[in-house]
Design a protein around this ligand. Sequence first.
Ligand SMILES: NC(=O)c1ccc[n+]([C@@H]2O[C@H](COP(=O)([O-])OP(=O)(O)OC[C@H]3O[C@@H](n4cnc5c(N)ncnc54)[C@H](OP(=O)(O)O)[C@@H]3O)[C@@H](O)[C@H]2O)c1
Length: 169
Amino acid sequence: MESGRIIDVLDKKSILVTGATGFLAKASNINVVFVEKILRVQPNVKKLYLLVRATDAKSALQRFNTEAVETDLFKVLKEKYNTNLQTFLSEKVILVPGDITCENLGMKDSFMKEQMWRDVEVVVNAAASTKFHERYDVALDINTCGAKFVLDFAKKCINVKLLLHVSTG
Ligand SMILES: NC(=O)c1ccc[n+]([C@@H]2O[C@H](COP(=O)([O-])OP(=O)(O)OC[C@H]3O[C@@H](n4cnc5c(N)ncnc54)[C@H](OP(=O)(O)O)[C@@H]3O)[C@@H](O)[C@H]2O)c1
């Protein structure tokens, strides 16, 4: 598929991304690459819901700021939006505290959950345990049961068009 078409597909779409603080999404390692790229090449994305492990929305936002926005990867966006970057991000990015090993991704905010069930059209699951020596039950919980909970959540999104599951295995 040509990259131009992928960009067009994401136009005005709401996307749920899990694992946004991981390598595939993060700037400190190269990650958050995925999130940064969407914001850079498709600024007309409607909403990016980022499911992040955190105790509450404030801590999730704090993680996003320190692990993504404040890193070098966001340089291009900072140059483009300058003092308007935070406004742009607050319009596009919604930090959702959660955990894929739990039903409904461990989301406690029922208003947000229902908004996402109505709004989300694309789900990208990049959350995983990537440790080769992970305890078996922990790996099973995240990589197998977690993937199933993401699938269950995607099925509840009435406008969902695509579920992308990123996995080595
Ligand atoms: N990196 C590569 O080159 C590469 C290549 C091919 C395939 N993949 C696959 O891509 C996927 C992601 O890889 P990665 O390199 O980005 O891994 P990573 O750097 O280890 O990141 C894993 C991400 O998953 C999140 N996560 C883990 N358990 C979670 C849970 N229970 N609930 C919510 N989020 C959870 C982590 O959040 P925390 O920050 O809270 O820990 C982190 O954001 C994996 O399936 C991997 O096999 C990666």
